[in-house]
Design a protein around this ligand. Structure first.
Ligand code: SIN
Ligand code: FE2
Length: 212
């Protein structure tokens, strides 16, 4: 995949260590779709509760050695799915390779993700500005894959009050941020009604992290 992506022309730098790789996941969309269905057949999407007691509009699940979970007690990475008490589904090879190649293309070598948080946005769902800060090593980047409906990604600064830029993301786009940008606030604007031929009326986001 890297070889067919050598040129700079599909890279959009949105900060010094943050890049949008336009269409990077398109060549593997069908295997991602198949593998996603296997994951959600064992670990279904669910709406998690925030520590403040609100139900999130985004539905989530995970695969990998750990999963990101939220509840009344706070946020954490857990090796088991609290719904089933069993380990999260294994990270499929297609996911692992895509994340590694996207990270390398963005300048982060040897990214071996141990968590893929899968977010499902239906029309109206949004994700408020937040930092990804539950991981152990902030030298490791975040790799974020967009599938299905388009969305507006908000990419802010290191302080919550910094005004975010609005980055339109389409099916197949991958955003990678790390280094000096690792702790930037980010979020997703409420999803608009639309239809995608493969993923239906929803947006799926695969967020790869290295938790430990
Ligand atoms: C996230 O921050 O976990 C998800 C971002 C996105 O849906 O693009
Ligand atoms: Fe995030």
């Amino acid at each position: 995949m890297i070889d067919s992506y050598a040129s700079e022309e599909n890279k959009e730098w949105i900060a010094s260590a943050s890049v949008v790789l336009r269409g990077f996941a398109l060549s593997c969309e069908s295997v991602l779709h198949t593998d996603l269905h296997k994951i959600i057949s064992t670990a279904p999407f669910r709406h998690m509760i925030t520590p403040g007691g609100f139900t999130m509009s985004v539905a989530m699940t995970n695969c990998g050695s750990y999963g990101w979970v939220s509840g009344r007690g706070g946020y954490r990475y857990d090796p088991n799915d609290p719904l089933t008490g069993k380990p999260w589904p294994e990270m499929p090879e297609s996911f692992l390779t895509l994340a590694k190649n996207a990270a390398a293309t963005a300048g982060f070598d040897n990214f071996i993700s141990d968590v893929c948080l899968v977010n499902r946005y239906e029309p109206g769902a949004k994700l408020s500005l937040h930092q990804d800060k539950d991981e152990l090593d902030f030298n490791q980047p975040i790799v974020s894959v967009s599938l299905g409906l388009p969305a507006i990604f908000l990419f802010g600064g290191l302080k919550r009050k910094d005004k975010p830029v609005r980055v339109p993301l389409a099916h197949g786009d991958v955003v990678v941020w790390g280094g000096a940008d690792r702790m930037r606030y980010h979020g997703i604007m409420p999803l608009k009604e639309n239809h995608h031929p493969v993923f239906g009326n929803q947006r799926i986001n695969l967020t790869f992290r290295k938790a430990y």
